[in-house]
Design a protein around this ligand. Sequence first.
Ligand SMILES: Cc1ncc(COP(=O)(O)O)c(C=O)c1O
Length: 358
Amino acid sequence: MKYNQVEPSIDKDDINNVTEYLNSGSWITEHNKTRELEDEIKSLVNRKYASAVPNGTIALYLSLLGFGLENKKIAVPNITMIATINSILWANSVPVLIDTDENLCMSYEELIKFNDLDAVLFVPLNGRTGDGEKIQKWCADNEIIFIEDSAHSLGSSYENSYCGGLGDASVLSFTPHKIITMGQGGMVLSNNSKAHDYITKLKTFNRSKDKVDWHEGFGLNFKITDLQAVLGLSQFSKLNRFIENKKQNYLHYKNYIENDDVEVMSFNKKEVPWFFDIKVKSLDLKNEIVNKLKSEGIETRGLYPALSKQNYLSKYKSDNLDNSENIFNKILWLPSSNNLKENDIKIISSAINSAKII
Ligand SMILES: Cc1ncc(COP(=O)(O)O)c(C=O)c1O
């Protein structure tokens, strides 16, 4: 038996929906199905505007452009997937690395030490919301733009808002290991008509009118395809099931892992676990677990290394990044797909329980 750390969850309905669409004689490229997907997601997360784009990285980049964040100073948590900081660099802005808290999210206490920021790019990492709402309020009070990278977090909620619905703009991603997938895909969500119009122009060659080759200015092609949107809609119709399944599997891991040196990291009731993570007492034990699981065909993944540890980003390193730099040695992501059943989790947990340092 082999357990992948992640894999897409595609069923017969997904296949039938895509096949039916292809048989319908449609033009395949971005059109009504994409608008339907944008409408579904924006109403779920309570936003006025949504723009589907080819991936989350482009969504981040366009969200920064939409809010005039070129050549600016933008705070970013020191633990996140590389696309978050690369979107800042792509926009010719300067990233300011902020240490993380026990939720692996940007630390409020560390952030507020900075008084020269133009924007904050907050990441509810792995579905955990941390101090997101507190940070958003601080940003609003200080006229700092708040952008939310919710690539991991469709379905999770803060106390008062949905992930995807907090601050000036939010970004989602739909790669195969995300909460729902359409192969690749991303979305920018906001309540700002000016930003939305600008993003729409940028993603559609800035045409003055559809089907006409006069252009109001610079623009590119960041459209998706209705073929993808059909899969996205099909997956979206199962979102509640996926969420319940993730929550149930988290409880199974909590129940079956009984190694005193391993802590199953917790989620509150409003958060949807994207990946199931464990905190292990020592690096040696972490390595032991990785190897033991590997020998039984069980794949794991380490947490993202701190951005400040990436060579090409070392010039952005500053003091006070200890939490985020050290936690990498202790955290491991376990198999987390929606295809896992209770018995699979029992088997994986029992391998973890038998790992020890002699
Ligand atoms: C936090 C975060 N932001 C952005 C991205 C980029 O999304 P994409 O892979 O769709 O470009 C990812 C991808 O995994 C991510 O994890």
